[in-house]
Design a protein around this ligand. Structure first.
Ligand SMILES: Cc1cc2nc3c(=O)[nH]c(=O)nc-3n(C[C@H](O)[C@H](O)[C@H](O)COP(=O)(O)O)c2cc1C
Length: 201
């Protein structure tokens, strides 16, 4: 039975604890197909997705990311033990997610301008287009009965990811999408009231 659109939008939650149950390949494909239906600047479709299975490559990537994350936390002045706990929590989540998808962008088919300012705007459009595709993916996951989460870690560990996964030079990691099953979806975190975020001019 198709879930009502508003039901899907309001019941999607960021889930950070998954059951071990595997995810059907058909559902993963559906989620990625729906991602491609998102709007994109000039319809250039800059988003790229890499499904990273559990195994050696995921372990190597997460190990390198963890090293960088720990170094950053210590450089920020954090104490060793809490920093290690934070990294260990992040590592556990990345290793345990039944499906780990890297969402990245490429500027390959985006427009090129003769000045830096417009090139920067073009890059922002690629980021926005990729974010729209990610949101479509999360909603499709919810419609498929899957739990999901958007993680920003790849923004901070681009090189570790590109090198371990041997991605092309043009691939810019943006986010991870975690997919899986959960028995206890979290409560909806509070939202700001419309009056605070909207002005009817
Ligand atoms: C750009 C972006 C980055 C995010 N990064 C993380 C993250 O690194 N770790 C995490 O646990 N959740 C992350 N989230 C999920 C948010 O924390 C979550 O959407 C927010 O708390 C609202 O909860 P909800 O998604 O259940 O409505 C991210 C969401 C977005 C849109």
């Amino acid at each position: 039975m198709m879930r009502d659109f508003y039901d899907v939008v309001s019941s999607r939650r960021s889930v950070r604890v998954f059951e071990e149950k595997p995810v059907d390949l058909a559902s993963i494909r559906k989620v990625l197909e729906v991602a491609t239906l998102a709007p994109s600047a000039h319809n250039s479709q800059p988003a790229r997705f890499f499904v990273i299975p559990k195994g050696d490559v995921r372990t190597q990537m997460v190990n390198r990311m963890s090293e960088e994350y720990l170094r950053d936390l210590l450089d920020d002045g954090g104490a060793q033990e809490p920093a290690e706990e934070t990294v260990s929590r992040s590592r556990k989540l990345l290793m345990s997610a039944p499906v780990l998808i890297l969402a990245a962008l490429t500027m390959k088919d985006m427009w090129k301008y003769s000045d830096d300012e417009r090139n920067l705007h073009e890059h922002t459009m690629a980021v926005q287009s990729t974010a729209a595709a990610i949101q479509n993916a999360l909603l499709a996951a919810c419609a498929e009965g899957l739990a999901s989460c958007w993680l920003c870690a790849p923004l901070f560990t681009k090189r570790a990811i590109v090198e371990t996964l041997e991605l092309g030079d043009d691939v810019e990691p943006q986010a991870f999408i975690l997919l899986g099953h959960t028995s206890v979806p979290p409560e909806m975190p509070q939202r700001k009231p419309l009056e605070e975020i909207v002005q009817m001019l």
